[in-house]
Design a protein around this ligand. Sequence first.
Ligand code: HEC
Length: 191
Amino acid sequence: MDCCRYDTCPRWIGCVLVALPLLGFGGACAGSSVQRSTDSDTKVASQDDPSVRCTFESPLTPDVLGSPGKPIVSAINPNGDSELAWVMREMLTDLKQAKEAVEQKAALPRELVHPNRMRCSWPTDPGTRTVVFDVMAQGYVSQWEYLKTVPTTSHTDRVNAYNGVVTSCVGCHTQFCQGPIPMIESLKIGQ
Ligand code: HEC
Protein backbone atom coordinates (compact mmCIF):
# COMPACT_ATOMS: atom_id res chain seq x y z
CA MET A 1 0.00 0.00 0.00
CA ASP A 2 1.07 3.48 -0.80
CA CYS A 3 1.14 4.59 2.81
CA CYS A 4 4.15 2.37 3.21
CA ARG A 5 6.18 4.76 1.17
CA TYR A 6 7.07 5.67 4.70
CA ASP A 7 9.32 2.60 4.83
CA THR A 8 11.48 3.66 1.96
CA CYS A 9 11.48 7.39 2.24
CA PRO A 10 13.83 9.12 4.67
CA ARG A 11 11.65 12.18 4.89
CA TRP A 12 10.79 11.57 8.51
CA ILE A 13 14.39 11.78 9.54
CA GLY A 14 14.90 15.44 10.12
CA CYS A 15 13.28 16.35 6.88
CA VAL A 16 12.63 19.93 6.25
CA LEU A 17 9.66 22.03 5.66
CA VAL A 18 8.71 22.35 2.06
CA ALA A 19 6.74 25.29 0.91
CA LEU A 20 5.09 25.20 -2.44
CA PRO A 21 4.10 28.74 -3.20
CA LEU A 22 2.03 27.63 -6.15
CA LEU A 23 -0.22 25.52 -4.03
CA GLY A 24 0.10 27.62 -0.93
CA PHE A 25 0.85 24.42 0.85
CA GLY A 26 3.16 24.05 3.77
CA GLY A 27 4.08 20.48 4.57
CA ALA A 28 5.63 19.66 7.89
CA CYS A 29 7.63 16.62 8.78
CA ALA A 30 8.77 14.97 11.93
CA GLY A 31 11.62 16.81 13.51
CA SER A 32 11.12 19.97 11.57
CA SER A 33 9.75 23.14 12.89
CA VAL A 34 6.03 23.17 12.54
CA GLN A 35 4.49 25.52 10.09
CA ARG A 36 1.07 24.97 8.72
CA SER A 37 -0.76 26.48 5.90
CA THR A 38 -3.73 28.62 6.53
CA ASP A 39 -4.56 28.56 2.86
CA SER A 40 -8.18 27.68 2.40
CA ASP A 41 -7.22 25.22 -0.32
CA THR A 42 -5.67 22.90 2.19
CA LYS A 43 -8.71 23.22 4.41
CA VAL A 44 -6.95 23.31 7.73
CA ALA A 45 -9.76 22.66 10.12
CA SER A 46 -11.27 25.22 12.38
CA GLN A 47 -14.35 24.59 14.46
CA ASP A 48 -16.39 25.95 11.56
CA ASP A 49 -14.92 23.48 9.15
CA PRO A 50 -17.54 21.00 7.95
CA SER A 51 -14.96 18.23 8.40
CA VAL A 52 -15.46 18.61 12.14
CA ARG A 53 -18.92 17.11 11.76
CA CYS A 54 -18.56 14.95 8.68
CA THR A 55 -19.31 11.26 8.71
CA PHE A 56 -18.60 8.19 6.65
CA GLU A 57 -21.57 9.10 4.46
CA SER A 58 -20.45 12.64 3.72
CA PRO A 59 -19.52 12.96 0.06
CA LEU A 60 -15.91 13.92 -0.45
CA THR A 61 -15.41 17.35 -1.96
CA PRO A 62 -14.26 17.03 -5.55
CA ASP A 63 -11.16 18.83 -6.75
CA VAL A 64 -9.72 19.74 -3.36
CA LEU A 65 -5.99 19.34 -2.99
CA GLY A 66 -5.20 15.69 -2.41
CA SER A 67 -8.19 14.41 -4.35
CA PRO A 68 -7.69 12.06 -7.30
CA GLY A 69 -5.83 13.88 -10.04
CA LYS A 70 -4.84 16.71 -7.70
CA PRO A 71 -2.09 15.27 -5.52
CA ILE A 72 -0.34 17.42 -2.96
CA VAL A 73 3.08 17.57 -4.57
CA SER A 74 6.14 18.40 -2.53
CA ALA A 75 9.89 18.02 -2.85
CA ILE A 76 9.56 15.31 -0.24
CA ASN A 77 7.10 13.38 -2.30
CA PRO A 78 7.23 14.49 -5.92
CA ASN A 79 4.62 11.87 -6.80
CA GLY A 80 2.17 13.72 -4.63
CA ASP A 81 0.19 12.79 -1.54
CA SER A 82 -3.47 12.13 -1.04
CA GLU A 83 -5.43 14.42 1.24
CA LEU A 84 -5.58 11.65 3.83
CA ALA A 85 -1.80 11.13 3.77
CA TRP A 86 -1.38 14.86 4.36
CA VAL A 87 -3.94 14.81 7.18
CA MET A 88 -2.06 11.89 8.75
CA ARG A 89 1.16 13.83 8.77
CA GLU A 90 -0.59 16.73 10.44
CA MET A 91 -2.03 14.27 12.96
CA LEU A 92 1.47 13.03 13.62
CA THR A 93 2.60 16.58 14.29
CA ASP A 94 -0.39 17.10 16.59
CA LEU A 95 0.41 13.90 18.44
CA LYS A 96 4.00 14.94 19.01
CA GLN A 97 2.87 18.28 20.36
CA ALA A 98 0.37 16.56 22.64
CA LYS A 99 3.11 14.23 23.91
CA GLU A 100 5.29 17.16 24.85
CA ALA A 101 2.38 18.90 26.58
CA VAL A 102 1.41 15.81 28.56
CA GLU A 103 5.01 15.17 29.58
CA GLN A 104 5.33 18.75 30.73
CA LYS A 105 1.93 18.68 32.47
CA ALA A 106 0.94 21.60 30.28
CA ALA A 107 -2.26 22.39 28.41
CA LEU A 108 -2.76 20.67 25.08
CA PRO A 109 -1.90 22.65 22.00
CA ARG A 110 -4.72 24.01 19.94
CA GLU A 111 -5.79 21.43 17.40
CA LEU A 112 -5.01 22.41 13.90
CA VAL A 113 -6.29 19.35 12.16
CA HIS A 114 -9.48 18.15 13.73
CA PRO A 115 -9.29 14.43 14.52
CA ASN A 116 -12.57 13.93 12.71
CA ARG A 117 -11.20 15.15 9.45
CA MET A 118 -9.78 11.78 8.46
CA ARG A 119 -13.36 10.52 8.05
CA CYS A 120 -13.84 12.70 5.01
CA SER A 121 -10.45 13.02 3.35
CA TRP A 122 -9.51 11.54 0.02
CA PRO A 123 -7.36 8.44 0.59
CA THR A 124 -4.64 7.23 -1.76
CA ASP A 125 -6.47 3.98 -2.21
CA PRO A 126 -10.20 4.56 -2.78
CA GLY A 127 -10.93 1.26 -1.01
CA THR A 128 -9.70 2.67 2.32
CA ARG A 129 -12.86 4.53 3.27
CA THR A 130 -14.80 1.55 4.60
CA VAL A 131 -17.05 1.04 7.59
CA VAL A 132 -14.13 -0.55 9.46
CA PHE A 133 -11.98 2.48 8.76
CA ASP A 134 -14.76 4.77 9.92
CA VAL A 135 -15.38 2.89 13.17
CA MET A 136 -11.69 3.08 13.95
CA ALA A 137 -11.59 6.75 13.06
CA GLN A 138 -14.45 7.39 15.49
CA GLY A 139 -12.55 5.46 18.17
CA TYR A 140 -9.59 7.73 17.58
CA VAL A 141 -11.77 10.86 17.78
CA SER A 142 -13.34 9.80 21.09
CA GLN A 143 -9.99 8.87 22.59
CA TRP A 144 -8.71 12.31 21.68
CA GLU A 145 -11.86 13.94 23.09
CA TYR A 146 -11.32 11.99 26.31
CA LEU A 147 -7.72 13.12 26.58
CA LYS A 148 -8.91 16.72 26.39
CA THR A 149 -11.12 16.22 29.46
CA VAL A 150 -8.36 14.95 31.75
CA PRO A 151 -7.00 17.78 33.89
CA THR A 152 -3.29 18.52 33.82
CA THR A 153 -3.19 17.79 37.54
CA SER A 154 -4.13 14.12 36.97
CA HIS A 155 -0.83 13.24 35.39
CA THR A 156 -1.10 9.46 35.40
CA ASP A 157 -4.63 9.53 33.96
CA ARG A 158 -3.48 11.94 31.35
CA VAL A 159 -0.54 9.77 30.35
CA ASN A 160 -2.92 6.81 30.07
CA ALA A 161 -5.35 8.81 27.98
CA TYR A 162 -2.55 10.03 25.74
CA ASN A 163 -1.24 6.50 25.32
CA GLY A 164 -4.81 5.50 24.44
CA VAL A 165 -4.69 7.93 21.54
CA VAL A 166 -1.47 6.31 20.34
CA THR A 167 -3.07 2.88 20.69
CA SER A 168 -5.98 3.96 18.52
CA CYS A 169 -3.58 5.20 15.82
CA VAL A 170 -1.85 1.84 15.93
CA GLY A 171 -5.11 -0.13 15.96
CA CYS A 172 -6.19 1.37 12.68
CA HIS A 173 -2.74 1.06 11.18
CA THR A 174 -2.73 -2.65 11.95
CA GLN A 175 -5.67 -2.90 9.55
CA PHE A 176 -4.70 -0.40 6.91
CA CYS A 177 -1.09 0.65 6.85
CA GLN A 178 1.53 -1.23 8.83
CA GLY A 179 4.64 0.72 7.78
CA PRO A 180 4.51 3.55 10.32
CA ILE A 181 3.51 1.39 13.31
CA PRO A 182 6.94 1.18 15.03
CA MET A 183 7.39 4.93 14.68
CA ILE A 184 3.89 5.60 16.10
CA GLU A 185 4.42 3.11 18.95
CA SER A 186 7.62 4.92 19.88
CA LEU A 187 5.52 7.99 20.70
CA LYS A 188 3.96 6.31 23.72
CA ILE A 189 4.94 7.81 27.04
CA GLY A 190 6.68 5.36 29.35
CA GLN A 191 5.33 5.09 32.88
C1 HEC B 1 -8.94 5.17 11.18
C2 HEC B 1 -7.65 4.73 10.70
C3 HEC B 1 -6.39 5.46 11.05
C4 HEC B 1 -6.07 6.10 12.22
C5 HEC B 1 -6.90 6.24 13.50
C6 HEC B 1 -4.76 6.64 12.03
N1 HEC B 1 -4.28 6.35 10.78
FE1 HEC B 1 -2.54 6.99 9.96
N2 HEC B 1 -3.05 6.20 8.16
C7 HEC B 1 -4.21 5.51 7.91
C8 HEC B 1 -4.30 5.25 6.48
C9 HEC B 1 -5.42 4.53 5.77
C10 HEC B 1 -3.15 5.81 5.88
C11 HEC B 1 -2.79 5.89 4.40
C12 HEC B 1 -3.31 7.23 3.89
C13 HEC B 1 -3.20 7.44 2.39
O1 HEC B 1 -2.16 7.09 1.80
O2 HEC B 1 -4.15 8.00 1.81
C14 HEC B 1 -2.36 6.39 6.98
C15 HEC B 1 -1.14 7.00 6.81
C16 HEC B 1 -0.36 7.46 7.85
C17 HEC B 1 0.99 7.96 7.72
C18 HEC B 1 1.79 8.03 6.42
C19 HEC B 1 1.43 9.29 5.67
C20 HEC B 1 2.24 9.42 4.39
O3 HEC B 1 3.18 10.19 4.40
O4 HEC B 1 1.94 8.73 3.40
C21 HEC B 1 1.39 8.33 8.98
C22 HEC B 1 2.75 8.92 9.36
C23 HEC B 1 0.31 8.09 9.89
N3 HEC B 1 -0.76 7.57 9.17
C24 HEC B 1 0.33 8.39 11.24
C25 HEC B 1 -0.78 8.27 12.09
C26 HEC B 1 -0.80 8.74 13.45
C27 HEC B 1 0.38 9.38 14.17
C28 HEC B 1 -2.04 8.47 13.94
C29 HEC B 1 -2.62 8.82 15.27
C30 HEC B 1 -2.34 10.16 15.78
C31 HEC B 1 -2.78 7.81 12.88
N4 HEC B 1 -1.98 7.72 11.78
C32 HEC B 1 -4.09 7.37 13.00
C33 HEC B 1 -5.16 5.14 8.83
C34 HEC B 1 -5.25 5.62 10.14
